[in-house]
Design a protein around this ligand. Structure first.
Ligand SMILES: *Cc1c(COP(=O)(O)O)cnc(C)c1O
Length: 410
């Protein structure tokens, strides 16, 4: 009989979102008339911008004509899109990132997991705690960890606690690590990193020969002009960082699927014998071997994000969600809740009232206010006692959610 990968058996069985789904289904079955508002899973709610759908319609028509039909495209993405990304997201902001360092993909979730293919199992890894679960679970799957403890911390990973006490800015690891996942603006805490903080990390990586895996999926939500939108705005980052970006949250592509990863040509890693080699060819090889490109139609849609109308329309989308975030922040604060995030990110991270556990507050909110959020402890041990609310929702739902929370806590 074939042997299975036993690392999968180490994954925590009651994964966060299925457990939320289970509790919500049970509640809805028992209370069929309750109007449940979901502020839980981080999915967008508003439709694609018209500039994007117009570009996709046009691309569909091209695919219907022999003369303009396209089959397999370049695995790394079409030049029309890579050039726009390089110019608009990087060069225009003074970052040295070239089009051939950009790998267009079907998602940052996939890329942050797939990147592990080019790294040896012996690498030590640090993650922020709380953390986007994908970074942890993909390391478990490849066998870089031992078992999880009662709080869900896996042996062999270095956890960097992010709490109100350190303003959600983790201290540098006490022991040297090879790979460091950083996510800014952060999911789930909504925290951002200042230029100084990011420079500290880049300096650490340079001094320790570490590599930063920087997830900037939420960069479009940054309102404060002084906050860097890319790790490549930081001096020296080209030698120590990979960046992940996505069209999911800024342009509503969660179901449409388009993202990209930047692997600078200056980035090197070591062989067992101590030789240094660039990582760019390895990632290129990996991408071309295991991936066959994002559909032409979708890449045309992503390209349209960079048009004048696309910029206006995606800007309006972000503005809409950030107004939701401001309403949630103000409403919760008025209800006496301590809130974090929501100023440069679409997530509100709140301290559970009365020192409740994350799951107790989840149950209270569901049963007494018919609201669904995400328990902070589901993102890591340091998330215990916190709770995440998402600004991805309709205005009416956000306003009603705020009213219900205020009534609940009166
Ligand atoms: C939503 C999200 C992404 C984007 O994932 P896609 O696969 O591109 O949709 C990446 N990182 C984080 C932390 C996210 O929350």
């Amino acid at each position: 009989m074939a042997r299975l990968n036993e690392n999968f058996l180490k994954l925590k069985a009651g994964y966060l979102f299925p457990e939320i789904g289970r509790r919500v289904s049970a509640f809805v079955a028992a209370n069929p008339d309750a109007k449940v508002i979901r502020l839980g899973i981080g999915d967008v709610t508003e439709p694609l911008p018209p500039a994007v759908t117009a570009a996709m319609h046009k691309a569909v028509d091209e695919m219907a004509e022999r003369s303009s039909f396209r089959g397999y495209g370049p695995e790394q993405g079409y030049d029309f899109l890579r050039d726009k990304i390089a110019q608009h997201d990087y060069q225009r902001r003074g970052c040295n990132v070239q089009a051939d360092e950009i790998f267009v993909s079907d998602g940052s979730k996939c890329d942050t997991g797939n990147i592990l293919d080019v790294f040896d199992l012996s690498n030590t890894v640090a993650v922020q705690d709380p953390v986007y679960p994908v970074y942890v679970d993909t390391n478990v799957m490849v066998g870089r960890t031992g078992a999880a403890d009662a709080q869900g911390r896996y042996a062999g990973l270095t956890y960097l606690p992010c709490t109100a006490e350190n303003n959600f800015t983790p201290a540098l690891p006490e022991q040297r690590v090879d790979l460091i996942y950083l996510c800014y603006p952060n999911n789930p805490t909504g925290a951002v990193a200042s230029r100084e903080t990011l420079q500290t990390w880049v300096n650490y990586a340079r001094e320790n020969n570490s590599l930063i895996l920087f997830d900037a999926a939420y960069e479009a939500f940054i309102q404060d002009e002084s906050i860097p939108r890319s790790i490549f705005e930081i001096d020296g980052a080209r030698e120590v960082a990979i960046e992940f970006r996505s069209f999911s949250k800024n342009a509503g592509f969660t179901g449409t699927r388009c993202a990209f990863t930047v692997v600078p040509k200056d980035l090197q890693a070591q062989t067992a014998s101590g030789e240094t080699k660039p990582l760019h060819p390895l990632w290129n090889r990996r991408h071309c071997t295991k991936f066959n490109g994002v559909p032409y139609i979708i890449q045309r849609g992503a390209e349209a994000v960079y048009s004048t109308e696309g910029q206006q329309q995606t800007g309006d989308l972000v503005k809409f969600y950030m107004e939701n975030a401001a309403l949630l922040r103000a409403g919760l604060t008025a209800a006496g809740i301590e809130v974090f995030g929501g100023e440069n990110a679409p997530y509100i991270w709140l301290k559970t009232p009365g020192g409740a556990t994350s799951w107790d507050f989840f149950d209270r909110l569901l049963n007494d206010a018919h609201l669904v959020g995400t328990p902070g402890s589901g993102f890591g041990a340091s998330g215990e006692g916190y709770f995440r609310l998402s600004a991805f929702n309709s205005r009416a739902n956000v306003e009603e959610a705020v009213e219900r929370i205020q009534r609940l806590l009166k």
